[in-house]
Design a protein around this ligand. Sequence first.
Ligand SMILES: Cc1cc2nc3c(=O)[nH]c(=O)nc-3n(C[C@H](O)[C@H](O)[C@H](O)COP(=O)(O)O)c2cc1C
Length: 270
Amino acid sequence: MAQSNNSIKKILTVAFALCIVCSVIVSTAAVALRPKQQLNQELDRKTNILSVANLYEPGMDVEEAFSEVTPRVVDMRTGEYTDELDPETFDHFQAARDPAMGRTLSGDRDIAGLSRVENFATVYLVGDAEDPDQIILPIRGQGLWGLMRGFMSVEGDGNTIVGITYYEHSETPGLGAEVNNPRWQAQWEGKKIFADGEDLTPAIHLTKGGADDETEIDALSGATLTSNGVTNMLQFWLSPEGFGTYLARFRSEVDREEVQEADVELEAEA
Ligand SMILES: Cc1cc2nc3c(=O)[nH]c(=O)nc-3n(C[C@H](O)[C@H](O)[C@H](O)COP(=O)(O)O)c2cc1C
């Protein structure tokens, strides 16, 4: 006798077959779309880099514009470039986890809330790579709700800011997410990282109620915790723990001995 369409066996067989068909479709789509996703991620990264350098215009050929940008890997401990790592394939986040390429941070040294940090980083140079017009640095640190990742662009003097942007964060729209509001971002242009360009400790910070100094930026209103996160990550990445030693190469007025002393201190603490 033929089984009724409502029999448990038939229902389970149809449900199982449907699951198999759906999982095959989803896995095939995931595998087939992966190269496209990677291409889009790459395009997004390049768009963000051009955008923070004020070089992006809607509708432009991003790949062509990016040919003006030279990526280089920097050893942040010495401030020197290294050719041993390929900037096209170097992965900061993986390097931070690698005991040979990163280090653990704790206590007062971990102001950006990263726990571990890589010793190498890819920077992007705009114009002549030997004497760049702009240096674009990757930055990251904890906001209120999670890790914020972005870029800061600095003029070739290693001190004057061009802009800042975040390509990944989980801050609240209208509050912490205002970090990507063009009106808030506009105030960064021309601000200085270091007071009088003479110290290795970055002075740039967000402040509540009126930024009236060249190293001050108006904090985000109603988002003090995100603002503190931005200040902390800049204080970290622009100090000798991050790009401080590298940036000092561009700042002729910085006393070389001061840079070396900071490096020695860093090595002693590590
Ligand atoms: C639902 C919700 C989302 C919030 N999102 C943020 C945020 O993204 N960034 C932030 O700094 N504060 C956020 N806050 C506010 C903080 O809890 C805190 O009140 C604020 O940072 C204080 O900033 P103020 O001193 O400028 O008012 C949020 C609060 C609520 C209730």
